[in-house]
Ligand binder design. Sequence first.
Ligand SMILES: *[C@@H]1O[C@H](CO)[C@@H](O)[C@H](O)[C@H]1NC(C)=O
Ligand SMILES: *[C@@H]1O[C@H](CO)[C@@H](O)[C@H](O)[C@H]1NC(C)=O
Ligand SMILES: *[C@@H]1O[C@H](CO)[C@@H](O)[C@H](O)[C@H]1NC(C)=O
Length: 278
Amino acid sequence: MSKKNENPAEGKEPESSWKDAIFNPRTGEFFGRTASNWGLILLFYLVFYGFLTAMFVFTMWAMLQTLNDDTPKYRDRVASPGLAIRPNSLNIVFNRSEPLGYGQYVQHLESFLHQYNDSEQAKNDLCMAGQYSEQDEEPQKKVCQFRRSLLQRCSGMEDTTFGYAKGQPCVIVKMNRIIGLKPAGDPYINCTSKSGKPLQMQYFPHEGTIDRMYFPYYGKKTHEGYVQPLVAVKLLLKKEDYNSELFVECKVEGSNLKNNDERDKFLGRVTFRVLVTE
Ligand SMILES: *[C@@H]1O[C@H](CO)[C@@H](O)[C@H](O)[C@H]1NC(C)=O
Ligand SMILES: *[C@@H]1O[C@H](CO)[C@@H](O)[C@H](O)[C@H]1NC(C)=O
Ligand SMILES: *[C@@H]1O[C@H](CO)[C@@H](O)[C@H](O)[C@H]1NC(C)=O
């Protein structure tokens, strides 16, 4: 098998042609091409890729010119907001005798409500209740006050554990921001028990209303400091509600906002699980 390689005459020939393939001193070819040939190829690719890059940059630039910083270009025809809750968990489980367990929920609510501090909100405008705050022309949009004290027993001001220590937890329902949204009618949040037996609940502000004055929202840049209106729901659990799994569904009602889309279970509604032990 190795007989061939032992023959020096035969081994020499392929070696020299292999070297010639890289650089052939007789013709001055490097990898089979002369220097000027290589130069032309290099130039061609340089021009070719330069042209591609220029075209890409130009297209990108031209497209960005058509975008507006304040409003998205493409939106759903009938935009409807999703609902979310705070604390940021759809599974609220705690033992009301163990502050370490529910502490995370309390902390979450507390930090979420900081921006709603009455002292912070005093800087914002007092708006006319029941009226949209339309201000399309103003370059700097005013922000309507939403003071956390509106949430009364769920504001965390008097009851610093938001009812968790008493086994009657508060959950804050918020609607996601949608630029330009003006809900028709008088939207309010309505929560119901989905686990068979009815639950007593208390809403803050009264009747879970979401005032029209917080709409429309104009976008992050022009509507600096905007805060969404909130609705707090206090679950007035009794002794017999403890140690059992409860499902609560909250929906936005009283307006044209969608709340029963089959494909999107967060569109205008949210369902969460609560389990309180003692
Ligand atoms: C909000 O108020 C609480 C006490 O009520 C205070 O501890 C907190 O620092 C305030 N936050 C801001 C951002 O002002
Ligand atoms: C809340 O929803 C429940 C169930 O859908 C309904 O029976 C009740 O009348 C609603 N409450 C209000 C105030 O709309
Ligand atoms: C709740 O916490 C109390 C005090 O730590 C304890 O005695 C009780 O067994 C706990 N309940 C449950 C269901 O774990």
